[in-house]
Design a protein around this ligand. Structure first.
Ligand SMILES: [Zn+2]
Length: 102
């Protein structure tokens, strides 16, 4: 039993170290992102079960599965600005890989 709990503690420590490494890396990357965008992203991530950025496939938001209005979809396809889903507010990108799969 003692051996087992020692091994479990060791594993937990290993996972903690790994997690700390990821958090450090994430924070480093977050510093490069515009503060207002990061704030929006963090808010969305909290409210939408950890999914703040989703693809649009054939005019449908892959977060809430609602259709994106055609003009909005055209702007997303252009990819020159950050646009949100009008229904769930998630940040959208044109998911070309998934669109071309079927
Ligand atoms: Zn949506």
């Amino acid at each position: 039993m003692d051996e087992e709990s020692a091994a479990a503690k060791k594993l937990a420590a290993k996972i903690e170290r790994k997690k700390a490494k990821f958090v450090t890396k994430r924070n480093g990357m977050a510093k490069k992102v515009d503060a207002s965008i990061l704030r929006k992203y963090d808010l969305l991530r909290d409210r939408r079960n950890g999914k703040a950025v989703v693809g649009v496939v054939k005019g449908v938001c892959q977060g809430c599965f609602m259709s994106i209005p055609p003009q909005h979809y055209n702007n997303i396809m252009k990819g020159d600005q950050m646009l949100n889903c009008p229904t769930c507010q998630r940040i959208l990108f044109h998911d070309l890989a998934t669109t071309e799969e079927d």
